[in-house]
Design a protein around this ligand. Structure first.
Ligand code: FAD
Length: 330
């Protein structure tokens, strides 16, 4: 199968690797000039199952609140008028109970340990260099109370396969002699001997080179534009000239989840409505009402396309409605 990976960050690059292993013909697209030029460019580089706590915890709402007047909080809150932001916040809030935090942490630590195993296997097979360091990570605590609390909290990680040791300040300095001269500033540390570190950007770039050598095709400096033009652009440029029938376009735009083994939405009594109402005779100018996806750099910007989407209903709710020209003018 031909597979297109959108984005050449660490997730896109490793996805391309897995798709290649599964025998697919892979193309990777990114708007930047090389892999890992965005978030994956300079992260902390930690492989840290020993710190795999879910961020949504009973402490999170208080941390977010404090971040309104303190700049040193691990989580930060900024007001945002977008309703999608508030709907996401509500879901996050719902996960901040002790039970959900424990469940999510258990899932996360299992995923971390599994991912680390897959990563080791990938490096073994490809030989890609990434300045990797093994030997564990130290998590430092300044007060006895914080160290005791962290030690108690780490039990959920130990119970799920992580080795974690609690060290006093002498034990901490013995593990990393560079901390010796400043050990009195700390109460001690948690030591996770199986945690590692490495350069995410270097790995992604070297892996990109390796993938290219194996036949993966890369298209850099290429921006993926909002999918809101997908129907009309293909209808105008491919269906109208007669290259493919309309039924094929409709099938390709509606049954994609089948490829992933997910249930394909269908029209039926009692089913949630998943419908798109299209005016095939209607024309519209791309960008005339702005962009739902905010991709103002759309390559179709300003172009007149045929096939105007009037209404989109997803899972029973109206998620998009095209305004009439009169409404737009008003
Ligand atoms: C400060 C910081 C520290 C972190 N530390 C760690 C850590 O220690 N350990 C850890 O595991 N994780 C860490 N993370 C998280 C980790 O870095 C991210 O989860 C990871 O880099 C995300 O990778 P990605 O491929 O999903 O996204 P990205 O690296 O952002 O890749 C997305 C790619 O898509 C491209 N793109 C976006 N839009 C378009 C478009 N319209 N058209 C074409 N291309 C497009 C971008 O150019 C980019 O290359 C950290 C994150 C931050 C911010």
């Amino acid at each position: 199968m031909k597979a297109l990976v959108l984005g050449a960050g660490i997730v896109g690059i490793t996805t391309a690797y897995e798709l290649l292993q599964d025998g697919h013909e892979v193309t990777v697209i990114d708007r930047e000039a090389e892999p890992a030029a965005f978030t994956s460019y300079s992260n902390a580089g930690l492989f840290a199952p020993g710190h795999a706590y879910a961020w949504s915890s009973p402490a999170a709402p208080g941390i977010l609140l404090k971040s309104l007047w303190r700049g040193d909080q691990a989580l930060r809150f900024r007001f945002n008028a977008d309703p999608r932001f508030w709907s996401w916040m509500l879901k996050f809030w719902g996960q901040c109970t002790a039970e959900r935090a424990a469940l999510n942490t258990t899932r996360k630590v299992k995923l971390c340990n599994y991912s680390l195993g897959v990563f080791h296997e990938t490096v073994r097979r490809t030989g890609v260099a990434f300045d990797g360091r093994t030997g564990g990570l130290l998590y430092l605590y300044r007060s006895e109370a914080a160290l005791r609390a962290a030690s108690a909290k780490s039990r959920i990680l130990s119970d799920n396969g992580c080795r974690i040791e609690t060290l006093d300040r002498d034990g901490m300095a013995a593990k990393d002699p560079a901390l010796g001269p400043v050990k009195d500033k700390f109460a001690g540390a948690l030591y996770a001997p199986d945690d590692e570190s490495g350069d995410c950007r270097l790995f992604a770039r070297n892996m990109g080179g390796w993938l290219k050598d194996q036949g993966v095709s890369f298209k850099f400096n290429t921006t993926v534009t909002g999918l809101e033009t997908a129907f009309s652009s293909v209808y105008t440029d491919v269906v109208m000239p007669g290259d493919i029938p309309l039924s094929l376009l409709v099938e390709k735009l509606t049954s994609g989840c089948g490829l992933l083994g997910l249930p394909v939405p269908r029209i039926g009594a009692g089913e949630p409505a998943n419908l798109v109402l299209v005016d095939l005779q209607g024309t519209w100018t791309v960008g005339e009402e702005g962009y739902a996806s905010r991709s103002g750099n759309c390559c179709f910007d300003g172009r007149e396309l045929h096939g105007r989407i009037l209404l989109t209903v997803a899972a029973g709710a109206v998620v998009h409605r095209t305004h009439t020209p009169n409404e737009v003018a008003a």
